[in-house]
Design a protein around this ligand. Structure first.
Ligand SMILES: C[S@@+](CC[C@H](N)C(=O)[O-])C[C@H]1O[C@@H](n2cnc3c(N)ncnc32)[C@H](O)[C@@H]1O
Length: 267
């Protein structure tokens, strides 16, 4: 598989959607950051972050998009913070907002797989959140990069969509009855051309971008094989994808999000 080709396609795809996200959210994000106490992270994520503690920690955020989450961690007292993302427009927005609100974070436009050695061994915490992993054609290399960035004993924190969510319909496909409509083990690449504006909900014709679904066992095995020891794995019923909202109202609960904390043992 030509990983680079897919990463570049996704770079174009994320550059195309960012103006739509900006249109829907730019003023709102600014209004939230005016409040010095604003922290994006909530509920279970905030609870688990507080348990591991972020104060003083040097944090690398992989696939950081416009940096909202990383800037919040900085405001929570984190040490040196660096966000990495492949999208030129997302990184430009992150840099602008960090400057506007004088939040001392560094933002780097790069494919995570191409992060250079100067960043290796510089971080206590690698942070990966909502919707990052599915866009990565070579997740083994992604987790190896996460291990490279950490000091020995450093932690990897992931807050993500649960792969089990893939078996049930999206909001627009939901016909009122809870049904399994997709094969959990079918992790073939998906091509997206209808746009990915999950904030404004606008559809537009986009150049193709590519998603790479995964199973839970793939995730856990890759993390173990990349030199990490699992410290925590929590599953939650909340849909954090903004695409299966109907599940938040269902009596029957399924695992739709997870938090994973692991510790770098070697690499
Ligand atoms: C759904 S966002 C997740 C980030 C954040 N949690 C959020 O909700 O905004 C996915 C991000 O992954 C980035 N991305 C995709 N492939 C990447 C890669 N190979 N290296 C770095 N960033 C990548 C995209 O540019 C996008 O900003």
């Amino acid at each position: 598989m030509n990983f680079k080709k897919y990463a570049e396609a996704n770079r174009r795809g994320w550059n195309q959607v960012m103006p739509f996200h900006k249109k829907a959210m730019d003023e709102k994000w600014d209004a939230m950051f005016v409040d010095q106490k604003f922290i994006f992270q909530k509920d279970q994520e905030l609870e688990e972050l507080n348990k591991i503690g972020v104060t003083g920690k040097r944090i690398a955020h992989l696939s950081c998009n416009n940096g909202i989450e990383l800037m919040s961690l900085k405001r929570m007292g984190a040490g040196h913070c660096v966000g990495f993302d492949i999208s030129d427009i997302a990184i430009e927005e992150a840099k602008k907002r960090a400057a506007k609100f004088k939040i001392d974070c560094e933002f780097v436009r790069t494919d995570v797989l191409e992060i250079t050695q100067e960043y290796f061994g510089n971080f206590d915490l690698v942070y990966i959140t909502v919707g990052a992993l599915v866009w990565i054609p070579d997740r083994r290399k992604y987790f190896e990069k996460a291990a490279n960035l950490l000091v020995q004993g450093g932690q990897l924190f992931i807050y993500e969509h649960h792969p089990f969510g893939n078996v049930i319909p999206y909001d627009e496909e939901f016909a009122g009855e809870l049904k399994i409509v997709h094969n959990y083990f079918d992790t073939r690449m998906l091509e997206e051309t209808g746009g990915i504006d999950y904030y404004g909900g606008e559809s537009y014709k986009s150049s193709p971008s590519f998603e790479f679904p995964y199973t839970l066992s793939e995730l856990l095995n890759l993390i173990a094989e990349s030199g990490f020891c699992l410290r925590k794995f929590n599953e939650y019923p909340e849909d954090i994808a903004m695409c299966r909202d109907y599940m938040n109202k269902q009596k029957i609960k399924l695992p739709l999000s997870y938090i994973l904390v692991s510790e770098k043992l070697w690499y």
